[in-house]
Each structure stands twice: as structure tokens, then as C-alpha cells.
Design a protein around this ligand. Structure first.
Ligand code: SF4
Length: 383
């Protein structure tokens, strides 16, 4: 496996292609054991005042979320950043593709900072631009590219969003995937959906009435995606072989086991879980939907939640009158989200106090233009 094209490697120093990322922050990173970190973070935030706007994704650690001016999913956070043009610095406590989206949607004078450049997303990394371009050539050779609309999940790199913008496609979120796919099927006969095969399949089959046989999985590591020309021509949904390493861990057995363990439990899962899991669950929805459902649930009700563990633990703490259980028995954090810890946050903030922007995330103008075209097509969708 080659790792030289991974975007995060080239951003750091001393890369080691054999390690997960091999990136380290240059500069004076405070040790994790520093007992004064919380005070240092508070002091830096107070010193920066309205010059900084701190965004915290729902899957972040509590110690970091404490300093967020706003929390949300990736799309909500990018929009919140765009709505704060008065803040020259946006510190994004999330992962790389989210910081890219914030840079795309914010004004030119705003700088977006990712406290640890190693905070990537394994799902986003499963669709690389050269692979997607190769796949498009396969569709052209099969004579179906002109009737295929590319749709990418928000959880993808900026250049993939730009690919969709250039080829008449759009971006979607887990909240509006159905609306985005309905729009796409008005534009063409087929959809190439990436990077998350599960969100694509679950939306097409469970919300739009497609058959499982209408979907094929394109594997970018195989010649021709591992599909015959006839398979491509017959398919309506061409799903990229990608998945979330957190939500992909939940199994149907987890659902069976929690139903035995917790009588009367309602199983609530994210649509990045596999088809076999979501069809066993009671409710399916985005992170924002999960939060809202728990907020509105009656006291005394029991819930097993299939999403990232930091969020589930926070929901359990916020709802002591309800029983909130993690769907899996084993611990499962998003390891890349967890890269953003207090030492990196303090390091980024204290540098901003000194007027130094560390770890800026900048998307080039051409990619920004076309990615914004795809994002704007999503924003123009009803609802
Ligand atoms: S939870 Fe999954 S999709 Fe979200 S950042 Fe982590 S690996 Fe990526």
C-alpha cells in the first residue's frame, strides 16, 4: 500500500509512511500531564476574546468541548464559522475535512486552524481524487458517465467535493442524503456515491424504495472497480467501497445482545452503520437527530445508541433520568477525532495569542470554487 498521496503527510514534519500518519506538531507542545492546561486554555481564550471562534464537533473529548463556542455536526459547524466573519481565527476542533469545509465557506480574511494535523478521517481517506477520476474513466468507458451524477458525503476531502462540483454533482449530509439523492436522480439516471457505501445504501434502499440489487459496490483497489460493464450499466446506485471505522464496527449481534441485556430498550443508530445493523435498529438518524431524540425522550426510557462513544457518554451524563447505553460492549472512540486534545488546543491558542497561526488549513482557490458549487447545490435543496 502506498501512502505518499495522503494529504496529511505532506503537511507535517518527519513523516513516517509506515505509521498511521507520522505527523508531529512543530513547536512547543505542552505535555499532556501539565496540570495547568485548563487554566492556560482559559487564559488564551480570554486574551483572544472575539478574535477567535472555537468550533467543537460532537465527537470531541469533553476536555476540548468545554472550550467550544458552538458544538455541532460538520455541516452545522462550517455554517456557524461562515456566520462569524468578525472572527479572524476559527479554531476547528474536529477533523481535517471539516476544517477544509470551514475554509471553503468562510471569508478570505479568516484563518482556519486545526490543532493537530493528524486529525484526519479514515472514511474521507478512502476516496482519493485520483481514484475517483479513475472511476469516472471506467464509467466513461462503459458509456454511462453522462447519465451518472456524482454525490459525495460531507465527510470527504475538498478535492472530492470539487470533483462533484465540476461534474454536475452535489454534497450531502446524513440529514439530507435522501433529498440530495432525489435531486440527483432528477438530473441523471444513476448516482456515483462516495465515500460511505452504508449511508448510500441505507438511504437508497430504506428511504427511497430501491432494491439492494439496484446497488453495486465499486472497489477502487480493483481493476474496473471489480465490476463488469453490465453490472455498472444495470446499477442505479454505484456505491464507493468506503466506510466509517467507528460506525462500521457495530454488528447485528450488538443489537441482539443489548436487547437481551436491557429490557424495553430502543436501539438508535447512525446511518453510517451497516445495512444489517440499521435494519435491526428501531430508529436511524444523523448525530443531530440522535441528540434531539434523546432530548425529547421520556424520563425512565432506555436507549442503546450506535454512534461515537464521546457523544454517547455525554448524552448519558446529560440525561440521568434516562438509561443511555453504548450499543457495543467494547470501547470505540473515533481515534482521529481524539487527536485533538488539550495540549494541542492550548498550543494552537497560545500561538494565536502571539499572533502566529499554526496548522492553518487552506484550500486552493480553484478547489474552493468547485467545492462551493457542489455545496451550494446542496444548500439550494428544499428543506
Ligand atoms: S467518526 Fe468516522 S466518519 Fe467521523 S471522523 Fe471518525 S472515522 Fe471519520
Amino acid at each position: 500500500m502506498t501512502t505518499v498521496d495522503l494529504p496529511l503527510l505532506v503537511l507535517g514534519e518527519g513523516t513516517d509512511p509506515r505509521s498511521e500518519r507520522g505527523v508531529h506538531c512543530p513547536g512547543d507542545l505542552p505535555p499532556a500531564s501539565d496540570p495547568d492546561l485548563v487554566e492556560r486554555a482559559r487564559a488564551a481564550k480570554a486574551a483572544l476574546g472575539s478574535k477567535v471562534f472555537v468550533l467543537g464537533h460532537h465527537y470531541q473529548r469533553d476536555e476540548v468541548i468545554e472550550f467550544a463556542d458552538v458544538t455541532g455536526d460538520s455541516f452545522k459547524l462550517a455554517r456557524e464559522a461562515a456566520a462569524r466573519p468578525e472572527a479572524p481565527y476559527i479554531v476547528f476542533c474536529g477533523v481535517h475535512f471539516m476544517a477544509e469545509s470551514a475554509d471553503i465557506l468562510t471569508a478570505d480574511h479568516q484563518r482556519v486552524v486545526l490543532p493537530d494535523l493528524a486529525a484526519g478521517c479514515s472514511m474521507a481517506d478512502m476516496a482519493r481524487l485520483h481514484q475517483v477520476e479513475d472511476a469516472w474513466e471506467v464509467l466513461e468507458d462503459a458509456g454511462i458517465a453522462d447519465v451518472t451524477v456524482p454525490v459525495t458525503y460531507m465527510n470527504s476531502s475538498a478535492d472530492i467535493k470539487a470533483f462533484c462540483g465540476r461534474h454536475g454533482g452535489a454534497v450531502c449530509t446524513s440529514s439530507n442524503a435522501k433529498t440530495a439523492l432525489e435531486w440527483a436522480f432528477e438530473q441523471g439516471e444513476k448516482v456515483l456515491f462516495f465515500p460511505d457505501q452504508h449511508l448510500g445504501r441505507n438511504t437508497a434502499v430504506l428511504k427511497m424504495g430501491f432494491e439492494l440489487d439496484d446497488c453495486v459496490v465499486y472497489d477502487p483497489r480493483l481493476p474496473g472497480g471489480g465490476l463488469t460493464t453490465d453490472q455498472l450499466r444495470d446499477a442505479r446506485m454505484i456505491l464507493w467501497r468506503g466506510h466509517c471505522s467507528v460506525h462500521g464496527r457495530f454488528t447485528p449481534e450488538c443489537v441482539d445482545e443489548v436487547r437481551e441485556r436491557v429490557p424495553g430498550v430502543t436501539v438508535l443508530v447512525h446511518p453510517e452503520c451497516t445495512y444489517d445493523v440499521v435494519t435491526k435498529a428501531d430508529l436511524i438518524g444523523s448525530t443531530e437527530y440522535i441528540i434531539k431524540t434523546l432530548d425529547e425522550a421520556p424520563a425512565g426510557s432506555s436507549w442503546a445508541v450506535g454512534t461515537e462513544l464521546n457523544l454517547v457518554q455525554r448524552l448519558a451524563a446529560h440525561h440521568p433520568d434516562k438509561q443511555v447505553t453504548f450499543l457495543d460492549k467494547t470501547v470505540c472512540y473515533c481515534s482521529t477525532m481524539n487527536r485533538i486534545d488539550l495540549p494541542h488546543f492550548v498550543w494552537a491558542m497560545e500561538n494565536l495569542v502571539e499572533g502566529q497561526v499554526v496548522n492553518p488549513i487552506t484550500v486552493d482557490p480553484d478547489t474552493t470554487h468547485w467545492a462551493k458549487v457542489a455545496l451550494d447545490r446542496m444548500l439550494a435543496l428544499p428543506g
